[in-house]
Design a protein around this ligand. Structure first.
Ligand SMILES: C[S@@+](CC[C@H](N)C(=O)[O-])C[C@H]1O[C@@H](n2cnc3c(N)ncnc32)[C@H](O)[C@@H]1O
Length: 234
């Protein structure tokens, strides 16, 4: 199986956990397209995984200057093989406040995250939001889409008892190219990737609004999935 096949398999896996994934990604790209000042926005994709959002951004904004950050060597291997060389792929641990020193630049027009920030505990995510505010330019934005199960949100995710997530990782472990990266992943993460935390959208709005970004709003919702966005004053 090629790394391109693994990228496609990841997309199919994520679609099971993220109903409305296509629309969520489109919404993130709409936000960038409608708020950037020119055709070449500088964009940071946090926990960018195999590079789906970056690739979709480039389809819409081919001159975008994009950096993908992730820690997982499996994700980074697939992203590195799937994305064009213009995309900077950076290995960094968002749990570590020093992660920003690994970035090639600052002054981002947009910092985005798709289904990634639920791996961070509350205290660290609050700190990260403050760090992100320092990375975006005046007038830039921070947006994240994730499970945000507000009281009135209706859960739409169900796999009927199957565990496609574990199956995907077992198959990756058996793959001759990805197998060593799966071993390295376990060393880097321990059990952290399973330590998930899903606060409601109101929590994200408060945490984002506590930093030097403002006007945090829910930009999209589908069942328990929501996207929140905050803008830095010009
Ligand atoms: C569910 S995946 C989503 C990936 C991608 N955004 C997508 O939508 O396909 C979560 C991503 O967050 C990354 N991640 C989790 N914890 C991280 C950390 N501490 N530092 C950097 N990346 C992390 C994982 O490696 C993974 O790629």
């Amino acid at each position: 199986m090629t790394l391109g096949d693994w990228h496609d398999r990841w997309e199919r896996l994520m679609a099971r956990y993220q109903p409305g994934r296509e629309r969520a990604i489109e919404r993130m790209i709409d936000l960038v397209a409608s708020h950037c000042d020119g055709p070449a926005p500088r964009v940071l994709d946090l926990g960018g995984g195999t590079g789906t959002l970056c690739a979709r951004l480039l389809e819409r904004l081919p001159a975008a200057e994009i950096t993908l950050v992730d820690l997982d060597p499996v994700m980074l291997t697939i992203a590195g093989a799937s994305l064009p060389p213009s995309v900077r792929v950076v290995r960094a641990d968002l749990r570590d406040p020093d992660w920003v020193t690994r970035l090639p630049s600052g002054g981002y027009d947009a910092v985005l995250a798709v289904m990634a920030l639920h791996y961070l505990p509350p205290g660290r995510l609050t700190e990260l939001y403050a760090e992100l505010a320092g990375l975006v330019r005046a007038g830039g934005l921070v947006a994240t889409v994730d499970d945000m199960p507000d009281e009135d949100a209706v859960a739409t995710t169900s796999d009927g008892g199957e565990d496609p997530w574990s199956t995907w990782w077992e198959q990756a472990a058996a793959d001759p190219v990805l197998g060593p990266a799966v071993v390295e992943r376990a060393r880097l993460f321990g059990d952290a990737p399973s330590a998930e935390w899903h606060p409601p959208a109101a929590w994200h709005l408060r945490a984002l609004g506590a930093g030097p970004v403002e006007k945090a709003v829910v930009a999209w919702r589908n069942g328990i999935q929501a996207a929140v966005v905050a803008f830095k004053p010009r």
